[in-house]
Design a protein around this ligand. Sequence first.
Ligand code: CA2
Length: 148
Amino acid sequence: MNRLVYILNGPNLNLLGKRQPHIYGHETLTNVEAECRKVASEHGLEIRFHQSNREYEIIDWIHEARETAIGIVINPAAFTHTSVAILDALNTFEPTVIEVHISNVHKRETFRHHSYVSLRADGVIAGLGIQGYSLAIQRIARLNETKK
Ligand code: CA2
């Protein structure tokens, strides 16, 4: 049975925990990955965890997920606000998509209030810090359970 979840992270998130801790906290992306693996395994799920500063790599991982995954958790970072290409790719993916933002984008600059990805996302989590990733995985696990 397929139990794979893709967790995709956009540009500059490799700097998590190393810069701007007042906005993004002190946890690194490595810590986020470890937490995601823990939560996923508690629910019998497997994850593919990726980060890229290149739009096309994120699109390629979404295409890869189409063949195999039961859900995508995506923090597209700045591509959230600019990328029709990522929206188009997500529109080809049928299972659950959850959009995660570490910060509360609605409390920030107005250009962060619009998300192309939200036009496809089944759920959006913002402002809950890195806990948002765990909650998104739990949601995908729950939906997968109720589907059986
Ligand atoms: O709050 C989020 O998770 C964001 O997706 C983060 C993006 C930002 O463009 C979105 O509006 C909201 C920025 C990611 C940059 O990450 C950094 C982490 C540490 C230091 C510098 C950048």
